[in-house]
Ligand binder design. Structure first.
Ligand code: GLP
Length: 247
């Protein structure tokens, strides 16, 4: 696994965009797996900047987002669909019909999840998957205890995640308690993976992911099983690491 430690969020975004470009180079229809949360925003800003400057074209790009809250319609201002439109899709020349975010209002959730997996399969899989990490080590919404072989499904959010994400809602009671998320097994099928982390509150999760045992109790530790993973972490998030890293 490649671990790149950077000074700040802006540098994290720049390095992530460089690594992403290497990963999608040569693909006529690049397929990106995308994440929400505050962490990937500097990367999305870089993508938008490059597009605006005429240095990147997303007209043939296809995207699949990791997750969505169950119960939130795409129009809800805290839905992940709304987040993606606002922070990326509305800023680049992507065809919205090629952007996929799980449907938080799906009537038949298991059927929807199977269809989401089928769509990714039909397209030939994800070339580059972007991940953030929860303070408890979750990726997507695969909370501690998720099977390392899990696929897209509905999950229950932990109290810690609800608490962490309550900052975006009026209060903790307004945070949905369930979500649809790609599974850990789904994520591991991407050709390459970039995990981004910044902030001291992620240091423990980053250390457990990179230097701890592979365990479902630290979901991102499953990335140790993948052959092409790059962690790009700010100095504060890397504070607990003891092994050699690239700077
Ligand atoms: C949510 C998302 C995760 C994300 C995490 C961290 O729980 N489902 O994909 O990694 O938030 O968010 P932030 O980047 O804001 O710390």
């Amino acid at each position: 696994m490649r671990v790149i430690v950077v000074k700040d969020k802006a540098a994290m975004g720049k390095r992530a965009w460089e690594v992403m470009q290497e990963a999608i180079m040569g693909h006529a229809n690049p397929v990106l797996g995308l994440a929400t949360g505050s962490t990937p925003i500097p990367l999305y800003d870089e993508m938008a900047r490059a597009n605006k400057a005429g240095k990147a074209d997303f007209s043939t790009t296809i995207t699949f987002n990791l997750d969505e809250y169950v119960g939130l319609a795409p129009e809800h201002d805290q839905s992940y669909r709304c987040f993606m439109n606002k922070n990326l899709f509305d800023k680049i020349n992507i065809n919205k019909a090629n952007t996929h975010v799980p449907d938080g209002k799906a009537k038949d959730v298991p059927a929807f999840c199977a269809e989401y997996e089928r769509m990714m399969d039909d397209i030939g899989g994800v070339h580059c998957q972007v991940l953030g990490i929860g303070s408890n080590g979750h990726i997507g919404f695969n909370e501690p205890g998720s099977s390392l072989a899990s696929r897209t499904r509905m999950v229950q959010l932990t109290d810690r995640t609800i608490q962490d994400n309550s900052r975006f809602f009026a209060g903790k009671k307004d945070v949905p308690t369930k979500a649809i998320t790609m599974g850990i097994g789904t994520v591991l099928e991407a050709d390459s993976i970039i995990l981004l982390a910044n902030g001291a509150n992620k240091a423990d999760a980053v250390k457990k992911s990179l230097e701890g045992p592979i365990t479902c109790m630290a979901p991102a530790s499953a990335l140790q099983l993948h052959g092409d993973v790059t962690f790009i972490v700010t100095e504060d998030a890397a504070a607990g690491l003891t092994r050699m890293v690239e700077r």
